[in-house]
Each structure stands twice: as C-alpha cells, then as structure tokens.
Design a protein around this ligand. Structure first.
Ligand SMILES: [Zn+2]
Ligand SMILES: [Zn+2]
Length: 497
C-alpha cells in the first residue's frame, strides 16, 4: 500500500492484478478507504460497457488505479508507474485456453518494456520466482512482521492410521472441533472435493458410475439427487438400482464436502454450519452473504474447498483442519508437491489473530512424509529449498524449460498419428539438445468424448527451445494429420493434464 501511495504521489497509474474475481470487491473497498483517487475494476463478471468504461478511464488517464484479473494486464496507461501481481503463485494467472499466456511472466515483460517496477506478492512464492531470486533476477523484499501482529499458527500432524473415522473425521479431530466450539470460536474444515462422494459402486456386481464421455467417475450430489461429471458437466438422475445387475446394493465410496456436511450436522446439530464450494455459491451474491455470516460471528463451522484458501480472512477461526492431504502426496504431476505445500500454508493463513492464535491440524496417514515434516517444522522456505534441489537433480523446471503439445480428436488414432508425424519433424530440426518425451496418452485420456494425447519437449536452454519451436511450427501446422485433430502448444505448462 505504501509503494502504491508513493506512485500516486508522483501522479502515476497503478495496475493491481488479482487471481480471483471474488477478491476484487473487498480489495476495492480497502483501496477506496485508503486512497482518494479514481479506482476502477476490470474482470469477467462485469458487462461489456462496464469493462469498456474502466478500460477507457485508465487509457485516458482519468483513473489512477485499476484492480483486475489477468485480462486487465493489457490495459494501456498514459502514466504507468507500477504493476502489482498479488498471490503470484496462483495458477489462475495462467490462461489455459485460447491465447495461452502467463499473466505473471507477461507482467514482468510489460513492466520491463515500460521501464517501471513490478511487484509480485505472496506468502508462498512459486519455485520459479524463488529460483529467479537466487539468480538475482528478482529482488526479495521479505516482510518481517505478520499483518496485524498476528501470531504464527501452531501446526499439528494428526496421524489417523488405525484411528476410528466418522466419514473422514478422526475422533481426535472431532474432540478438537468440540473443544473449539465450546470456547465460542469458529472452526474451518478444508476438503478439496465437492459433491457427496466421488464414486457410486454396486456391492453386488462391482458396477461403477463412470461418465460415458470421460475416463472419470460420476460424482454423487445427494442434495440435488444427481450424478455429475466434474470434467465435462454431463449429468443424470441419481439412480437407486444398479443398471448392471438390478439387484445389488448401491454404495458410495470416498468423501466430498456434501458428505462431511451431513456428518457434521449429525455430530453438532445445534451449530450453524456454512459450506463454501462451487455448488453452494452459484447464485449471485451467495458467496458475499456467506462471508457476511462468517464475519458477523453467525457461523460456527465453515467447511469448504479451495475457495477458502484464497484471500479471505476469518479472524475468529482458531482451528483449521485439512481433512485429506494424502492424495496430493502421490500425484503423477511434478507440480503437485509445490501446490500442496502452498495450499496448506494458504489455508492455515486464514485463521487467527493476535488475541486468538490459530491451530492447524493436518489429518494424514503419512506423518513421516518429508514434505509434511519439513513444511510443518521448518516452514515453507525450507520446503521450497529442498523442492528446488530435487527439481535441479531431476532436471525439471525451473532448471529446464518445457513446451507441451496437447492434441485431441474423437478417435484415438488421429492424435497419435499427428503427434508421431510432429515428432518426426521435431527430430529433423533438433540439434540433440531437446528431450522429446512422448507421444503419450494424457493422464485423463478421454474427456468430453475426446481422446487426448500429448508430447512434451524439455530443454535446459530456453532460447534453443524457442528456436526449435519457431522452426518446426509452420511444418507441423501443414501436416496432413493436423486437419483431423485439434491441437495446441503450451509453453511453460503449469500442469501436465
Ligand atoms: Zn450391480
Ligand atoms: Zn465427463
């Protein structure tokens, strides 16, 4: 805020980028209270004329501050002074469709072109940014005091091996929840899976509720009595009879937030519970109304998905529990560890204030896992140093650079033929400095009726990789198989799905 004030004093304009639309109204209020200058917002929830007005007032120099999501990055400014990117680690700064770009990297390039400072803010820096600090490309500005003199929360790994579980809640955790509620404090429970349960299975014949268009299960939504695919949106009514054997008993496997909500309602019938996920916040204004109930102290238990991990502060929460972290420890994507560590720290950061220190409980069957023990005992910085060393040993980004060809079509052959032909072109132009990995099926091979394959290029030399891409792309676009598929190229992919 002080850096912004300084830019404003010099009559300059400031662009502030945020990962989430839901955060802009809160921040806009804070900015308006603090700065007596014209402020505009720019994001996809505004209509075209609102966006046009915001864009014009920035472009004509009337507005001094623009708050926006990644698309705001391209707004022209006659008196540019500063670009700020808040929560720089957040993967929503990467646009994954159409014109693929990283708003973080473009912000840095734009600031350089304008010859103005760019500030990346975060409590959990991405490994790339820490790497750039190491290389003296970025300057690290550590904040030595926590906001509002808050005390660091106490972390606790709760070993749930062999413990009795009540739908995802261990008995020791239930005891902690009860004790916290008795003190009149709020409890926050985090589970990154919505719906009631991710699998419906027949106890008689083993039939499973698969999506007809994806390699994925249909998720059970009990409240709406629907089965829903979270990948393509396909849905159908919740069935009570097995479609395969018609006699077996249908059972649910796994846990979603809706199921935990049921369990909590049984365990704590007189407590007010709020569930925050994509399903409960569809209606316009519903998220704001829930947040208001939480801040006014009306809510006792807050249960939700990653929506909770972003930006919101709940000062009356003194117990945070992350119900399932084990699945994040065993992903096929090398980014998963970093994302899990960031998620844990971000969720933990929602809780507590000076007068009400927070406790953060992580339920796990892997209490000795080095990611967890390092993060909990030594903090995010220590975790990040180890993770960067591992990336270096494995030759993974940021110690190398990747480009991912993603291809899909209605049949399984065309993408493979196209990628094989593309591979041949790449080999012709490559001087042996690029690793060519694939073609392989995407981790979820079939999605929304499309068969998906990919080819990963990896090189230690970014210039060399881009030279290679520049020389092969025209030939690849001309391949005869290119007409039979949809394909895209993603440079610096943030996930490999
Ligand atoms: Zn059956
Ligand atoms: Zn589907």
């Amino acid at each position: 805020m002080q850096i912004i004030a300084d830019a404003l004093e010099h009559g300059l304009q400031v662009l502030v980028l945020l990962p989430e639309i839901t955060l802009t109204p809160q921040l806009e209020q804070r900015f308006r209270r603090r700065f007596g200058v014209p402020i505009v917002s720019f994001h996809s929830k505004l209509n075209d004329s609102q966006r046009q007005q915001a864009w014009l007032s920035m472009q004509q120099g009337r507005a001094a501050i623009m708050l926006g999501t990644r698309s705001a990055l391209f707004t022209p400014m006659p008196r540019p002074g500063l670009i700020i990117l808040d929560e720089e680690h957040d993967s929503s700064f990467k646009q994954q469709e159409g014109f693929r770009f990283s708003a973080r990297d473009v912000a840095i390039a734009r600031a350089k072109m304008l010859n103005i400072p760019v500030l990346l803010g975060t409590a959990t820096p991405s490994l790339e940014s820490l790497f750039n600090v190491d290389r003296k490309r970025y300057r690290l500005l550590p904040l030595s005091a926590r906001a509002g003199n808050a005390i660091e929360p106490v972390f606790q790994l709760l070993d749930i091996r062999n413990k009795a579980m009540h739908a995802g809640l261990s008995e020791p955790l239930i005891g902690l929840i009860r004790a916290t509620l008795e003190q009149g404090h709020q409890v926050l429970l985090f589970l990154n899976r919505r719906g009631f349960a991710p699998v419906l299975i027949c106890h008689g014949c083993g039939w499973v509720s698969r999506c007809i268009r994806c390699d994925a299960n249909m998720v059970i939504h009990v409240g709406e009595r629907r089965l829903r695919c979270h990948h393509c949106g396909f849905e159908q009514n919740l069935i009570s009879q097995c479609p395969a054997c018609s006699t077996g008993e249908l059972q649910t496997l796994g846990l979603g937030t809706e199921r935990i909500e049921h369990t909590l309602a049984e365990l704590f019938p007189d407590k007010h519970l709020i569930r925050l996920d994509k399903d409960t916040t569809q209606r316009k204004g519903s998220l704001e109304s829930y947040l208001e109930q939480i801040h006014s102290g009306h809510a006792d238990i807050i249960l939700g998905t990653q929506m909770l991990a972003k930006g919101h502060h709940f000062p009356d929460v003194t117990l945070v529990a992350i119900l399932d972290i084990d699945s994040g420890l065993f992903s096929v994507d090398f980014h998963a560890g970093e994302k899990l560590a960031q998620m844990i720290v971000q969720v933990a950061g929602r809780a507590g204030r000076a007068e009400k220190p927070g406790r953060v409980v992580l339920q796990t069957r892997q209490p000795q896992h080095p990611l967890l023990t390092t993060l909990i005992n030594q903090g995010y910085q220590a975790y990040a140093e180890i993770a960067l060393r591992e990336r270096k040993q494995a030759g993974l980004p940021p110690f190398s650079h990747q480009a991912l060809f993603r291809v899909h079509a209605e049949n399984a052959q065309a993408p493979q033929q196209f990628l094989q032909a593309a591979c041949d072109v790449i080999r012709l132009f490559d001087d042996g400095k690029t690793q060519i990995l694939g073609p392989v099926p995407a981790p979820m091979t079939r999605r929304a009726g499309q068969f998906r394959f990919q080819l990963l290029l990896q090189s230690r030399d970014r210039k060399n990789l881009h030279r290679l891409l520049d020389s092969v792309l025209p030939s690849i676009a001309e391949l005869k198989d290119a007409k039979k598929v949809r394909w895209s190229l993603d440079v610096d992919p943030v996930d490999l799905y």
